[in-house]
Design a protein around this ligand. Structure first.
Ligand SMILES: [Mg+2]
Length: 320
């Protein structure tokens, strides 16, 4: 199974979804117009699998944070306002009630922190000890009334725009399994503040989960533009190499485009904002090194079924 092939097939059916679907599959969240009220709601879902995205032994608070924060990062990517979340957990039969209580308490704490209350969910028990636990969060959101109810999509970058990022990239996973990938802060405040101050000059946005090179290729393809990145401008976490910054993923930062005339602040809420490239006519993503441009492959993380990955001798290691 190759994730992007499945997604491509789903998106081929988008035109048949009907006119109540305002944002079809293909962006960070989908949006549907409610028949009765005429209002709209955005929704998206994310999963965390023990042994894949976090160590099996991780604390319940870590699982709660990661599954909720991944969904909230998608809300940030649209510059939307979280409305509520529902969470499902398939737990190992040896998990204690105390563990599940701590998981739920952390979700409630995160809910109040981001004004995204936990409004429902489901707990199931897996058949056997050793089966991978699976956590799923569905987030609901609404467009920001203080930004004219506009959403920031992946598809509206324009030639002449600047390509920008929040925060730093690379080395999101420490050698002991911890690190940024389990502690990141969804950039909801940064996204909404940018959107409210820049308005239409904030032209497109995506959050970086699979890897910066991969997300840039999504922006390029959806907006039908060419993107040129200057590698040395990309802020790197710790002492990570350029390739790590481009490909590691799990940065959960924002990658966005702004009009060249926009006044981009140096930082918002102590999160630095950096111009890393530009948008041109054409297609594809290119890396500019001292004037030499080379195509940048989208080599971030793609979820695939690989029988070997279940083998403990699999050399890829790490958690996603
Ligand atoms: Mg996303």
């Amino acid at each position: 199974m190759r994730e992007f092939e499945v997604i491509r097939r789903i998106r081929q059916e988008n035109p048949s979804l009907g006119d109540r679907v305002e944002v079809p599959p293909g962006d960070d969240l989908g949006e549907v117009r409610l028949a009765e009220s005429g209002g709209v709601v955005l929704a998206g879902v994310d999963q965390v699998i023990a042994g894949v995205h976090l160590a099996d032994s991780a604390a319940p608070e870590r699982f709660a944070w990661k599954v909720a924060a991944r969904s909230l990062s998608d809300v940030a990517a649209m510059a939307a306002c979280p409305a509520g979340m529902v969470v499902a957990a398939a737990l190992s039969p040896d998990i204690e009630t105390e563990w599940a209580n701590r998981f739920a308490s952390e979700l409630q704490r995160i809910g109040s922190m981001f004004e995204c209350p936990l409004i429902g969910g489901d707990i199931a028990v897996l058949p056997a000890v050793g089966d991978s636990m699976v956590f799923s969060s569905t987030v609901l959101a609404t467009p920001d009334p203080e930004a004219g109810h506009r959403l920031v999509l992946r598809s509206e970058a324009r030639p002449g725009d600047l390509v920008c990022v929040s925060g730093e990239f690379g080395a999101s996973l420490d050698s002991d399994g911890g690190g940024h990938h389990q502690e990141f802060m969804p950039r909801i405040d940064v996204a909404r503040s940018l959107h409210r101050s820049l308005g239409n000059c904030l032209t497109s946005m995506i959050d970086v989960s699979d890897g910066l090179s991969s997300e840039l290729s999504h922006l390029s393809r959806e907006s039908k533009v060419r993107i040129v990145i200057e590698g040395e401008r990309i802020p790197r976490r710790h002492d990570s190499k350029l390739e790590q910054a481009l490909c590691d993923g799990e940065d959960y930062e924002l990658c966005f485009t702004v009009s060249a005339t926009a006044e981009l602040p140096a930082c918002i809420a102590e999160v630095p904002l950096t111009v890393i490239g530009r948008v041109e006519h054409g297609e594809g993503v290119f890396l500019d090194s001292s004037g030499d441009q080379a195509p940048l492959e989208a080599s971030g993380w793609e979820h695939q079924t690989r029988p070997a990955a279940r083998d403990s001798s699999d050399s890829e290691g790490g958690f996603r």
